[in-house]
Design a protein around this ligand. Structure first.
Ligand code: FES
Ligand SMILES: [Fe+2]
Length: 351
């Protein structure tokens, strides 16, 4: 698959922003190996209940901190104690800030370099998110707020693991402007369509009679990326909220997840509403699978053979570049991309 440099996105291989790294229930006191942004990483949950993400390799001699079942450090249950993680090889222990707190066999002072890199990790909406910034800066925008998440009338999603896709995230983000695929791919030809770009947020408004998701009525969606990797889509107001997250694993490879937060139609959702919500989520996933099959098998689109009626891909790609360039230049990319963009032959809003 094509790499970031071939798309001409900017100097950074991986974008700045919030990215999902795991569904919350996956992260336990048994450390697990993950890979994102071209780096091997480890996730674990401390005894306080808080989750951590650290670089995978021990600064002592490079041992992988999670990929071990046979060392007595692991067999004796000393892998995670409190909120610290211990290396399986020589049992160095690292605290939640990544600093080495114990070298069991050495009386000498612990070297300052005995330190694991720790990553920002936020647990929200049943997911764990990290902030990735090639310049090492703190978050300069927030994860999206989902007020419905805390409302008792909703059934929470149960995250679908979509695995890795040999596809640059640009191809996935392109979908937001892709008005012309909605009919042929999804059976929901848009009756109106617009993209609204404002800073780090890219929005799509559209409405259609959708052959599988909304037979016989209008499905209107308000879909938006907050930064480059986290998408929410409000269906008909907030009847349901679809969630899609994708995170670079390597250059030209992404991992993705999906969920659907579903309004029960009652003031307070009960256990009986869960099966229906799962069924709706499966329907949403089936619609996403129509995109996935295309993304998984297409060649890179470095320059489309564009015709009138295609969406505002060039504006979208201009928006997306801000995350691959120094933070100091983000405002310039935003100024070039901000605005409302439609598609030839379609109204911007519902008639
Ligand atoms: S390699 Fe980790 S403690 Fe030696
Ligand atoms: Fe699509």
């Amino acid at each position: 698959m094509a790499k970031t440099v071939e798309y001409g996105l900017g100097p950074f291989t991986y974008p700045r922003g919030w990215f999902m790294v795991a569904a919350a229930p996956e992260v336990t006191s048994v450390p697990s190996a993950v890979r994102f942004f071209g780096q091997d990483l480890v996730l674990y949950r401390g005894q306080s209940g808080r989750a951590y993400m650290v670089d995978a390799y021990c600064p002592h001699m490079g041992t992988h901190l999670a990929k071990n079942t046979t060392s007595y450090v692991i067999q004796d249950g000393r892998h995670v104690e409190g909120d610290s993680i211990r290396c399986p090889y020589h049992a160095w222990q690292f605290g939640p800030d990544g600093r080495c707190t114990e070298i069991p066999y050495s009386k000498a002072p612990i070297p300052a370099a005995a330190r694991l890199r720790t990553w920002v990790l936020e647990e929200r909406y049943g997911c764990l998110f990290t902030w990735h910034d090639p310049e090492g800066g703190a978050p300069d925008f927030d994860l999206p707020l989902i007020p419905e998440w805390d409302h008792p009338s909703y059934v929470h999603w149960s995250i679908d693991q979509l695995g890795t896709l040999p596809c640059h995230p640009q191809e996935i983000v392109d979908n937001m402007a892709d008005v012309a695929h909605l009919g042929p791919t999804h059976g929901g030809p848009a009756e109106y369509f617009s993209n609204v770009i404002d800073g780090v947020v890219l929005r799509q408004f559209q409405g259609a009679q959708h052959r599988s998701l909304a037979p016989g009525f209008m499905l209107e969606t308000n879909t938006f990326y907050t930064g480059p990797g986290v998408l929410l889509s409000y269906f008909n107001g907030a009847h349901a909220v679809m969630y899609i997250a994708h995170t670079p694993v390597d250059d030209g490879v992404v991992r993705a997840w999906h969920g659907l937060l579903v309004h029960s139609g009652k003031d307070v959702a009960t256990d009986d509403d869960v099966a229906g919500a799962r069924q709706q989520q499966a329907g949403s996933l089936a619609a996403l699978a129509q995109d996935f099959e295309i993304w998984a098998n297409k060649r890179a689109c470095l320059a489309a053979l564009a015709v009138p009626g295609d969406g505002a891909f060039s504006k979208l790609r201009q928006w997306y570049k801000q995350f691959y360039n120094p933070k100091a230049e983000a405002a310039r990319f935003q100024a070039q991309a901000n605005g409302t963009f439609g598609a030839r032959g379609l109204p911007l809003t519902r008639a």
